[in-house]
Write a protein that binds this ligand. Structure first.
Ligand SMILES: [Zn+2]
Length: 324
């Protein structure tokens, strides 16, 4: 049966008697909206010859874009049928190195001034729901900040940094326990000073402590050989991360990352017009698949008995009856 399209279309709202900021000045203009999207009134008029379904009087108010909290207050909550749980927030920057800022805009970078931890609080506003803070440990007064964050149960992660190994070890002594996307945005491994990467085999880690490290195993951020080096040196510390940006899952082309434009092509995402990687667009299952191909690993059951062994991604042994 033919349907009457106009009755099925979402209603068109016309917000009139308001002011809109256009070309840097407030202009008296109506705003047309359908299904949550702003419409071009001319197109609506000429193409659809459609008047508004609902007219709203703004009584001379300014119609402005919704305010966005740069640091949203995210409530930690359990997952369920309604959606995924929220474990907390990872704040990466702005207390990071200018040289290794990656895709972070330089203008927003900060240093710890005399207030140290107070500077951090003033920047973030509030630490509710924060679980991880990434900072560059070579920054002055970072030790004090690391201690304060650790005291509050917040994991300090080292990254976007030019720290040498002894600076990284000092940070671990003060409480840092994580490395943000190992190899990316830090000094490359050097045999005389391996920098943050050296934490994987450092003999200066306090007894009973473990340093974990995130790795972006998307086949772009880290070469499979580097993945293997890290994994063989310190398998228990490895945490696969996606470092995914909001463009993940969207079609190739131009998207935004904060206030920056990024270009997405296949699994690559760059700050537009540069060769600077801007996070990844790989999903976690892609990273796990890539890691599995690139590394040697074991599959253990709940009681930590080996069920299967993989070398360079190939299964070379499995326990009788183990199915994979
Ligand atoms: Zn980063």
């Amino acid at each position: 049966m033919p349907s009457d399209k106009s009755t099925l279309d979402p209603p068109v709202f016309r917000f009139s008697n308001g002011w809109i900021l256009k070309n840097h000045e407030l202009q008296r203009e109506d705003l047309w909206v359908r299904d949550g999207k702003i419409l071009n009134p001319e197109k609506l008029f000429f193409d659809e010859k459609k008047p508004a379904d609902i007219r709203l009087d703004c009584r001379g108010c300014i119609i402005a874009p919704g305010f966005i909290d740069v640091l949203p207050q995210i409530c930690v909550k359990n997952g369920g049928p309604h959606g995924a749980g929220i474990l907390g927030v990872h704040l990466e920057g702005p207390f990071i190195s200018k040289e290794k800022r990656g895709a972070h805009p330089e203008d927003y970078l900060r240093t710890f001034e005399t207030g140290a931890f107070q500077d951090l609080l003033a920047t973030y506003g509030c630490l509710d729901g924060v679980r991880i803070v990434t900072l560059a440990p070579e920054m002055k007064r970072s030790s004090e900040v690391i201690q304060e964050l650790t005291k509050r149960g917040i994991c300090v992660s080292l990254g976007h940094s030019v720290a040498n190994l002894s600076q990284a070890e000092e940070a671990v002594h003060h409480g840092a326990t994580f490395i943000t996307h190992l190899f990316n945005a830090m000094l490359p491994f050097h045999h005389r000073d391996p920098g943050i990467v050296g934490l994987l085999t450092s003999d200066q880690i306090p007894p009973g402590r473990q340093v974990f490290y995130g790795m972006i195993s998307d086949g772009i951020h880290t070469n499979p050989a580097a993945l293997r080096i890290a994994h063989r040196a310190h398998p228990k510390g490895l945490v696969l991360v996606t470092d995914a940006i909001t463009a993940m899952g969207l079609a190739p082309g131009r998207h935004t990352l904060g206030q920056q434009v990024v270009e997405m092509d296949g699994l690559n995402s760059y700050i537009a017009g540069t060769t600077t990687l801007s996070g990844s667009i790989a999903t976690m299952d892609t990273c796990v698949r890539h890691f599995r191909k690139a590394t040697d690993f074991l599959l253990l059951n709940d009681s930590l008995h080996v069920q299967a062994t993989y070398i360079a991604g190939q299964q070379v042994w499995k326990k009788d009856g183990f199915v994979i």
